[in-house]
Every structure is written in C-alpha cells, then in structure tokens.
Design a binder for this molecule. Sequence first.
Ligand code: FE2
Length: 421
Amino acid sequence: MSITALTPRRGASPPSDPSGREPSPAAATRAVGLRAAFRSVRAHTGALAGPLSAEDQVIQSMPDASPTKWHRAHTTWFFEQFLLEPHVPGYRRFDERLAYLYNSYYVAAGPRHARPKRGLITRPDGATVAAYRAHVDAAVDALLADETALPPGIAGIVEIGLNHEQQHQELILTDILHAFSENPIAPAYDPEWRWRAAARAPGTLSIPEGIHTIGHQGDGFSYDNEGPAHRALVGPVAIARGLVTNGDWLAFMRDGGYANAALWLSDGFAAVQQEGWRAPGYWREQDGRWEVMTLGGLQPVDPAAPVCHVSYYEADAFARWAGRHLPAESEWEVGVRSGELADAFGVVWQWTRSAYAPYPGYRAADGALGEYNGKFMVNQMVLRGSSLATPPGHARTTYRNFFPPSARWQFTGVRLASFPS
Ligand SMILES: [Fe+2]
C-alpha cells in the first residue's frame, strides 16, 4: 500500500461477497501464494517506516506506544521465535540477545525487556534491525520456496505471523501519531493525508429479534478469539447506518457533555477529571477554533468527518447524551452482514458495549502462541470494523479488536444503536 492509500476511501470497506463476509487474509494468501504474501507484508512494513527518520523510529511517547524500530524488530522476532527456530533444522539466530529485547508479552518464550522502556534502546541501531529483518526474510523465503513440501502446521504459523505483522503496521501509524502529537511543531507523517467526510447514511437499520450465528466459520484465517461460532439472541435493535461525526461531537461539547457527571460511568468521569478531557484526543483549541493532530499534521476539525480518538468512556457518555447506546458486538456483526451499514470498515474502529470475553466453548491453544489473545480477556472492551490505518485485507466481519476503556490513541469512533420504544 502506498502512503497516500492511507487516505480513507469513500464508503471504504473490504470487498465483500453477497453474504457480507469479506475474503479473509488466508484466502488472499492462498490466491497469491504464501511466499508472495510474506514478501508483500514484510515490504509494506518497510514502506510504512520509510518516511520516518532514525530519530523518529526510536521514540516512545508513552508506555502503550512502541517505537517504530521496535515494531520492525519485534515482528521479525515473531517469525524467528515461532517459525524458524522450532521448525527449520540448523537455523541460526541473527543475535541471541535480541530475543530478550523484542519479545513483547510471551511468558512461555522467556524473559523480556520492560515495555515502558522500549524507547531507551538505541542499540541495535536501525541498520542492524534492517539486517535482522533481511536475515529472517531470507530464511523464511527459503522455507517457503516449495509450499507443497511444507510440514503440517507451518502454513498456519506463517499466516498468524503475517496477520501479527499487519496489526503492528497499524500500531506503527497510531504510535508515531502519538509521538508527533507531543511535538510542538506538529510534524506530518504524510503531508498529503486528509480526513474525508463520513458517508451520507442517515437513518437506522432495524434488526428484529432473532437467533443468529456469531463468530467465524469456514476455512479462512481468523484469530482464535473469533470462535467458536455460536448461536445468539440478537435484537430487536436499530443500528445507525452511519458513524457519529465531529459535528455531532461539537454539539455534545457545546451542551456541556464533558462536565455533566450524569452522562458518565463513574470510571469515565474520573478519567475526564484526571486527564482533563474536554474534547476528543488530539483536538486543540486555537483562537476559538478546534484543530486536530492527524497523520497529515495539524488540521481544522471537519464537522462532516467521523469523530475519532474517543475512548469507550466518551463513546458511552455521548450515546447516553444522544438517548441511544452503543451496539453489542453481536448486533454490530448482524448489522454488517446485512450490507446496510456505511463506513463499517476502513474509517474508524467502532466501540461496542461488549466486554472482551471468551465466546462459549473458547479455549486458548497450548503453548506460547496460546498467549496471543486469550490472556487479555478481562478489563477491555470490544471494537469492531477496522480503521483507515488497518492494512487492506486484514479485517473481517467477525474480527474482534480490544482495548481498555480509557484508550484514545487508536483510530476509534462511534456508531450508535437504540432499542425500539
Ligand atoms: Fe506483537
């Protein structure tokens, strides 16, 4: 994807079949071949880092955000740790010391460097990390030279490694945006980047009460947290066809939304007071006008664009102010399958009122890769869809993203729902 392709596309959504289910990354992988998919994803990480200087790539502006150089190295370690070392006889690690630096949270993979201190690591330098990537790329490329001869299970590890790297590609953008937002000269990652207006999609989609199958089915790749597919009672509910806009949010602000404790969850209002929130993340008031820090630098807030960088707490308070609520993730999934919701993908992740919990019958896999999703199933909320920073082809209708309710540095927005009165 080129840098300019980060600009949200009108009506952006992954290509969908009549069932509303997008082709999975695995389907795409099988179409182009595993080695071609590997090369493409790895090259895209390099393209995303391309506009960033060596200094840009070292900075860590908060504990939740990681340096670009760390993302480039960690995604490489993932292939080395879970694919090459256990499955390629005679593979020699690039540097034994890097496993400690670039293991993120896998307890079964050994001890690791403290997350909040990733920005203190100036060595290995960027050129060494590039050599690390090339070393691992060459080994994986050789492994995938004859895909018909791969031992069982190898293709699945490559697929999860590619999807993992795509998740970090989104984080490269969200994390550098946070870093640049701390810089008084407000640098632009891509000077041509612009928000676009939300799709014109007034009204709501009514979903009558019914039993629906929720979760991933079929052969394509999915994360383990998207299954097992199960039947759930959904509705009656009405879901907004469009997203909440900056204009909607300005009305909430003008009405004293951030100061009215009656609208907020207790933890949410505590966050408002503690953090001094009075507008979405990255908004700044300049001479009575609101501007927002974007990947294109500081830009005027466009009332027609979807609101972004709001926490779950803010989304929930806004919904209460509007006399609505946030959709449950099952309601969102059924709504999207109908094909009647606009801007479901490729604009902003949409908070749901669903806590991130295991689906009925879920069990994390044994071993280190079982730590990928399952151990985070507490104290977080589910987001659905995808954002302008999500690599094309990465998201699915059943995809479950998750973040703590106070998080604002991701591209997170709001779709409302209401119960029939
Ligand atoms: Fe990771």
